[in-house]
Each structure stands twice: as C-alpha cells, then as structure tokens.
Ligand binder design. Structure first.
Ligand SMILES: C[S@@+](CC[C@H](N)C(=O)[O-])C[C@H]1O[C@@H](n2cnc3c(N)ncnc32)[C@H](O)[C@@H]1O
Length: 416
C-alpha cells in the first residue's frame, strides 16, 4: 500500500527563517512558496516546512512523514477501519496532489499522499467525494473572511467542510490572501461569481423559509450549509438534501465532528442523477408531490449529461404543483465565450482539478426562455454577470470589488 516516501513535513516557528536556511542548504529555490507551506524537492521526495501553531492534539508538534499511495481514498479508509484516527481529511493541495493525515493507535502521525500524476483519472463520484463541492466550500470559506465588509460572504459554516489542515491554514490572513490571489490568477472571476451566487441563492432560500414554503429540495447539495445556517428560520418546511453517497457521507461526518446538529426537518437522500430517477428517490423519502416546493440546483447542471438534465427537469415538473420554483445556475454557450472574462482559464482549471466532474452541459446564450418553456417551465428571474456585479459586488465607494466570470448565469423558473 505504501509505495515510497513522498515527503517529510517539519513544523517551524519562523517560516521565513527556515525557508532561507533550507534554501541555502539545498542551494535551490522552493518549488512552492506559500504562507502555509514551503516545499523543497529532495530527490524523489520533498522536504516541507509548515508554520508551527501550538502543539498538535495529544502532544508536541510532530514531524510528519508522507507516504506515496496509489489510491488515497482506499488507503485512508483502510487505516481508519484498522483503528487509526483522522487528523486531516483527504484534501487536494494547490499542487493538485491529494493528502490526508491519520494518527496510528500509538500516537504517531501518518501522512498519505497521491501525486497528481498518479491520482486515478477516471474515478467516479461513486468512489470519492466531489472535488467541485470542496472547491466551492473553500471559496465560500475565504469569502466569509473577506476584509471588504460590504461583500463579505455569509457562509460562516463553509470551513466546517474543509480538511483540518485547510481550516488551520485559513486562520492566517496572509495565507487566506495567498489562496485568494491564486484563485484569481487561475480562475479569474470565480471567487466573485461564488460571492454573487451565494448571495442570490441565500436570498431565495431565506424568502422561501420566511413564507413557510412546504418543501425545499437541494439537488446536488454538496457542502451547502443553508439547512444549518438558517436553522432558526425553518418552521414547518421539510428539507431534502440530495447528493451522491460519498459526498453526503463526508458532509455528515464533518457536521458530526463539528457538533452541528441535523435539524429534525431535514432528510438526506442519496442519488446519482445519471442513474436514478429523482421522482423515485424523493417519493421513497417522504417528499409530497402535491406540496409547493423550492428546488435549488446550484452548481450542478453543467456536470451532467444532457439526458440527465432533461430527466431531472421532467421529474421536477411532474412531481411538483404549478407555482413550485427552481433556482439554478447554468453555463451559457456562445461562439466567442472562450474569449470572455476568465472563461478560458476557468475551463482549463476545471478540467484539471475536477477529474470525475467534467463540464458537459450548457445552454445557448439568449436561449434560456425557450429551453425552459420546451420543458414546462417559465423563466421568472435571470441574472447576467454584469447584473451580479451590480447587485453583489459593489463597494461603499461605488466601485466594483471585481468582475464575475463571464460564462455563468443565475436563474429562477416556475413550474408552468
Ligand atoms: C459544484 S458542487 C455544488 C454543491 C452545492 N450545490 C453548492 O453549491 O455548494 C456539485 C455537486 O453536484 C453533485 N453531483 C455531481 N454529479 C452528480 C450526480 N450524477 N448525481 C448526484 N450528484 C451529483 C456533486 O456531488 C457535488 O456535490
């Protein structure tokens, strides 16, 4: 299972000093120089420096050796099954490797790593939790700490779903800024888009709860935290969170570890949109097709094949009364889309990072009304990137906090 030593991490009280010392010693620059880890290549392995931030649970700050494993999901699970305790859940690093840490029954830290080149290319969402859900949770966690109060994100629970190492790193303002800049360079406008999307969907869900809408269904809920953040607004509304099993299990583990109780009105439903019928899954979990419902389909549609999109829309239409609403975002297609703000870069990064979630569905720009009406829906609200900037990214002095990635649109449609 352990193939070779991937690297060793030393905790240091002064990262800069340690970086200079090792840099001189190795006579080569670091391959990654960030406020939360500095990495030097050493033959086939790496020497990693990370800031010490007080003693680790159960003792002194420790040196951690990371072992290369072929399948990090399998290795991590096997170690936990054998009695090891999780120290930091599997996470994708900025170098696109996957890392995790556990403590063996004798108190030693064991690091696991899958090199980017070795991470199995076509692992499905049935085999590992969603990377895209983790990426948006990271963006929302960053936004919740944005120094610009006017646009600061509301999702104070997003960090609950990050790995322990990521949570620890994000406590440091310099590290947060470094990650934000990295996102800005690799996927311009995506951080801004997630701020707008969170604000928009928050508004829709909040209103539905205030109006005691009988049911809310989160399709592909990922690490959506609204069921917990809006706990006090939930009265008689029944809530359903749907996602594929490994992502849902990971979410429930994270909630449990953080001591966040599941509201009694909430039911988890496991589903694979490409295989299962939404109507069947809902019916089996106590959903009532006669009651008015808000469906939230945030950040999901574009990862599904066209047949699964159509099947899901048909299930929503035929399993909810007129006046039910679907709030969703979609990718707009146009011949010049790749040349618009952030699109080329974002496509490249999504392809590289979300190996099991490839973008495969879009709607022609300007064609949303026709698309919806052909499927029994009526468009009731629609936001372009410019409208999102106006509504969600204005700073106090009237300037915009940034531009929104050009390919995304936000919308609401009513069952006709
Ligand atoms: C980008 S995340 C969005 C998560 C959440 N809605 C949010 O906005 O934070 C995409 C989500 O869709 C889910 N998903 C993708 N393909 C799916 C499928 N075939 N069946 C069920 N869920 C799927 C993923 O597991 C993931 O949680």
């Amino acid at each position: 299972m352990f193939k070779s030593l991937a690297g060793v991490t030393y905790r240091v009280p002064d990262l800069q000093k340690a970086k200079d010392w090792y840099g001189q010693f190795f006579d080569q620059p670091a391959v990654l120089d960030s406020p939360f880890v500095v990495i030097f290549r050493a033959g086939d392995s790496t020497l990693n420096l990370a800031p010490a931030a007080g003693p680790a649970p159960g003792g002194e700050e420790r040196v951690v050796a990371y072992w290369n494993v072929e399948d990090i999901d399998a290795a991590y699970r096997r170690l936990l099954d054998a009695g090891a305790a999780s120290e930091s859940e599997i996470a994708t690093t900025v170098l696109r490797t996957k890392v995790a840490r556990v403590t063996d029954p004798f108190g030693n830290s064991l690091g696991l790593m899958s090199r980017a080149s070795e991470v199995k290319q076509n692992k499905s969402l049935e085999e590992q939790p969603s990377d895209s859900a983790m990426a948006v949770a990271l963006s929302r966690a960053l936004a919740a700490g944005d120094a610009r109060e006017e646009i600061r994100g509301p999702d104070y629970l997003a960090e609950t779903f990050l790995s322990a190492d990521a949570r620890r790193s994000l406590k440091d303002a310099a590290a947060r800024e470094w990650v934000r800049k990295k996102i800005e360079a690799e996927a311009p406008g995506s951080y801004e888009y997630f701020i707008a999307r969170t604000g928009y969907v928050d508004g829709v869900v909040r209103k539905a709860l205030e109006q005691d809408t009988p049911q809310i269904v989160f399709l592909g809920a990922g690490y959506d935290s609204r069921s917990y953040r809006f706990r006090d607004l939930i009265r008689g509304t029944r809530i359903f969170e749907l996602d594929i099993e490994p992502t849902q299990q990971r979410k429930r583990r994270a909630l449990q570890q953080a001591g966040i109780a599941i509201p009694p009105q909430l039911t988890f439903v496991s589903i694979n949109f490409t295989r299962d019928r939404l109507g069947d899954a809902l019916e089996a979990s106590g959903y009532d097709s006669w009651k008015k419902t808000l469906f939230v389909w945030e950040g999901v549609m574009y990862y599904l094949p066209a047949e699964a999109v159509d099947r899901t829309l048909e299930s929503v239409r035929s399993n909810s009364p007129a006046g039910s609403v679907m709030c969703f975002d979609y990718l707009a297609a146009a011949p010049d889309m790749a040349d618009r703000y952030g699109v080329r870069e974002s496509r490249a990064i999504m392809r590289a990072m979300y190996r099991s979630e490839q973008v495969q569905f879009s709607i022609p720009e300007g064609g949303i009304e026709a698309f919806l009406s052909q499927r029994g829906f009526r468009l009731i609200d629609h936001l372009t990137p410019e409208a999102m900037e106006q509504r969600y990214l204005k700073l106090r002095d009237g300037s915009s906090a940034g531009k929104v990635l050009a390919c995304f649109r936000l919308a609401q449609a009513a069952v006709a």
